[in-house]
Design a protein around this ligand. Structure first.
Ligand SMILES: Nc1nc2c(c(=O)[nH]1)N[C@H]1C(S)=C(S)[C@@H](COP(=O)(O)O)O[C@H]1N2
Ligand SMILES: [Mo]
Length: 324
């Protein structure tokens, strides 16, 4: 996919083919005005920003990163965007696709706070431009026993963390997600304590696999997949991959996460994909790949760390049966 270079040399993350016509046209007018020197630099930045206020489905330019591509057949966009867990929009798999249209993803801000030298609040546009967008094809396995293979668009969360300069006291990272009753019908239900909160240990958050995600299948994230910005941690059960995050908080103490608070014996803080540690109510030894669930489809063997063996060294010396 092409990255269009803006008139001032800033890479525009969206290509003109898909830019809404009025934006495209105003850009042309604007370029013309630029040529006659009638617009100041400030106005230019504003224009680039406005252009990047993309909606779900809009194309995103991202460079495939072959170092992060699993060879498994990709799940279809249709399956990945209609079979979801996003309890803020209902607990049925079809609910998020049906109900998440009410999520207002723009404007959006992400606050970076806690144990950092540089706390900041980023709007979506600055977030999109903080590092080059990459496409990465990851396996994602839900604790319920199904998995998907999705081409995500984003960049390593470590890029953002480095900018915030964590202090020596930052041992964990907490992700706080949006909780707005006006937009999210599921908040009326007490299934979880809202907002949905997740967390990682600092070294897990800094691991290059941990992806700050803004798109999938070459497009801006559909709302039901966690627009406008989510985390994807491919070696952990899906619930660690928090959707629609509004805050990244660096802490001394291990964050209290939503699923752990709801049922500590079933959902540990670590929740690494581990075929040897069963969920108290079912085995975790195998999984069903979404899209392969016909009558004759075989279940797949679940792999340790979901197949991401490069993370094993993060856990040397830890008893992963106790710290599940
Ligand atoms: N805010 C929020 N994030 C969430 C959830 C949720 O209910 N709310 N569900 C989690 C679970 S259980 C899974 S399996 C993944 C599913 O991501 P996907 O729908 O994009 O496949 O999102 C995770 N992130
Ligand atoms: Mo899940």
């Amino acid at each position: 996919m092409l990255i269009k270079r803006g008139p001032n040399g800033i890479d525009l993350p969206y290509s003109s083919e898909i830019t809404p016509r009025e934006v495209f046209e105003s850009r042309r007018t604007f370029i013309r005005q630029m040529a006659v020197g009638s617009i100041a630099g400030g106005a230019l930045l504003e224009m680039v920003n406005r252009e990047a206020f993309a909606q779900a489905g809009q194309k995103l330019a991202a460079k495939p990163n072959p170092a992060f591509v699993v060879m498994d057949k990709q799940t279809s966009f249709k399956d990945a965007s209609t079979y979801n867990n996003y309890y803020e929009f209902g607990t049925d798999k079809a609910d998020p696709a049906r109900n998440a249209g009410t999520l207002k993803t723009r404007p959006w801000t992400l606050a970076i706070e806690g144990e950092v030298k540089k706390p900041m609040t980023l709007d979506l546009d600055s977030l999109m431009k903080l590092a080059p967008l990459e496409e990465r094809v990851y396996r994602l396995r839900c604790v319920e026993g199904w998995s998907m293979v999705v081409p995500w668009v984003g960049y390593s969360l470590s890029e953002l963390i480095k900018k915030a300069e964590p202090t020596g006291d930052a041992k964990y990272v907490e992700f706080v997600t949006l909780a707005d009753k006006a937009q999210m019908p599921g908040l009326g239900s007490p299934v979880l304590k809202w907002p949905y909160v997740e967390g990682l240990r600092m070294d897990e958050a800094m691991h290059p696999l941990t992806l700050l995600t803004v798109g999938m299948y070459g497009e801006v994230l559909p709302n039901q997949n966690g627009a406008p910005v989510r985390i994807v941690v491919p070696w952990k059960y899906g619930f660690k991959s928090a959707k629609s995050i509004v805050k990244v908080r660096f802490t001394k103490e291990q964050p209290k996460t939503a699923w752990n608070l709801a049922a500590a014996s079933e959902y540990g803080f670590y929740s690494n994909v581990n075929p040897e540690v069963d969920h108290p109510r079912w085995s975790q030894a195998s999984e069903r790949r979404i899209g392969e669930d016909g009558l004759f489809a075989k279940k797949r063997k679940t792999l340790m760390f979901n197949g991401y063996n490069e993370v094993a060294s993060l856990y040397t010396g830890m008893d992963l049966r106790k710290l599940f």
